[in-house]
Design a protein around this ligand. Structure first.
Ligand code: NAP
Length: 314
């Protein structure tokens, strides 16, 4: 991994990274990796307790409140905060929260960074592969493809635009992230639960693509784009091997040594239970990480089998 490319050693020494949503799945792993490199980390959070023993500062994007001390000495910002996309049904209020918790929060940071004259080396924002929608299951989406026009794609567009405003003051990187696989948080425990109970099966046709990335790869990627100033703009953050929902289900069952015997869960059942949110699970297009790989990023987990063995058997 190419750490510190483009940065002088003293710039790394004085580095202080502010992470929003740092208490979550991705932010926790990034925090651990940065602290292991003796890099200073602070979190912006809605609740002040931190499991890392680092300084945390409170904010409330709805009230436009932020503890301005969080910016003292900060050189880089990683923006991960946002209401969970698949945590609750997509009512109109929840849809607003999903967008606003990402966009209004970024706008608030931008306002404060400008007001306080914070000198940033980078602003790195999460985004999602939902940007592409899944209209064409034969297409492999690259960063050159246009966004789709459903709710989740529009959310990603607004989210990325809120990051783009930082281009006037610093280097901006946006990571269109696939489903992050980890043992205890995120989508995998939910998918594995039914398989562990012996009632798992593929969803819908099972042919919808499932772009994924191992938690260690996404966290390492954040560090890579933080340290390597050659990264600018948008990158798809998905593992190189493309799989569909059925292959994922079979791979999980194999690693967990469980049998699959039930037929696929019909799409209408999911739509009945989850409404519009079911589209996230029933649709999925293939996404290419080639731009990242051409930059030199090396994935530790290239295949789903490697990732699942690491997650469940180590
Ligand atoms: N995990 C994935 O599979 C995946 C895939 C694609 C994109 N992403 C995106 O990457 C980012 C980080 O993902 P993650 O998996 O680490 O998410 P996560 O575990 O849900 O953590 C997100 C953090 O955001 C903060 N947050 C939650 N609701 C909020 C709200 N209404 N307003 C402001 N802050 C709120 C929370 O931090 P505090 O409680 O400390 O405030 C939470 O810990 C998210 O924006 C997510 O959409 C994730």
């Amino acid at each position: 991994m190419l750490y510190f490319v483009g940065l002088k050693i003293e710039e790394v020494y004085f580095m202080k990274v502010l992470i929003t949503g740092g208490s979550g799945l991705i932010g926790s792993r990034i925090t651990e990796l940065l602290l292991a490199k003796n890099i200073k980390v602070v979190h912006l959070t809605r609740a002040l307790n931190s499991k890392f023993g680092i300084k945390t500062f409170k904010w409330d994007w709805e009230k436009k409140e932020i503890d301005e001390r969080c910016f003292e000495g900060v050189t880089d910002i990683i923006h991960l905060a946002g209401a969970g996309i698949a945590d609750k049904p997509w009512t109109m209020a929840r849809k607003h929260e999903i967008i606003q918790s990402r966009v209004f929060s970024a706008n608030l940071i931008f306002e404060k960074v400008q007001k306080l004259g914070v000198k940033l080396n980078s602003y790195i924002s999460a985004s999602g592969i939902g940007y592409y929608g899944a209209v064409d299951s034969t297409n492999i989406y690259t960063e050159k493809d246009d966004s789709y026009n459903d709710f989740i794609a529009k959310s990603c567009v607004y989210w990325e635009r809120s990051a783009d405003q930082f281009e006037s003051i610093t280097r901006v990187v946006k990571l269109r992230t696939g489903v992050v696989l980890a043992k205890d948080k995120g989508a995998l425990p939910k998918i594995s639960k039914t398989i562990k109970l012996g009632i798992g099966s593929p969803i819908g046709t099972g042919k919808q693509a499932f772009p994924w990335i191992h938690i260690d790869d996404i966290a390492n990627l954040y560090l890579e784009v933080l340290f390597n100033t050659e990264y600018k703009g948008v990158y798809n953050a998905v593992a190189p091997s493309q799989i569909d929902n059925a292959s994922l289900t079979i791979a999980i069952a194999k690693v967990l040594k469980k049998k699959l015997f039930l037929p696929n869960v019909p799409a209408f059942v999911l739509k009945f239970i989850y409404g519009e949110l079911a589209d996230l699970i029933l649709n999925g297009g293939m996404v290419s990480p080639e731009k990242l790989q051409n930059k030199g990023f090396k994935f530790k987990f290239n295949t789903i089998e490697e990732a699942l063995v690491d997650i469940y058997q180590k």
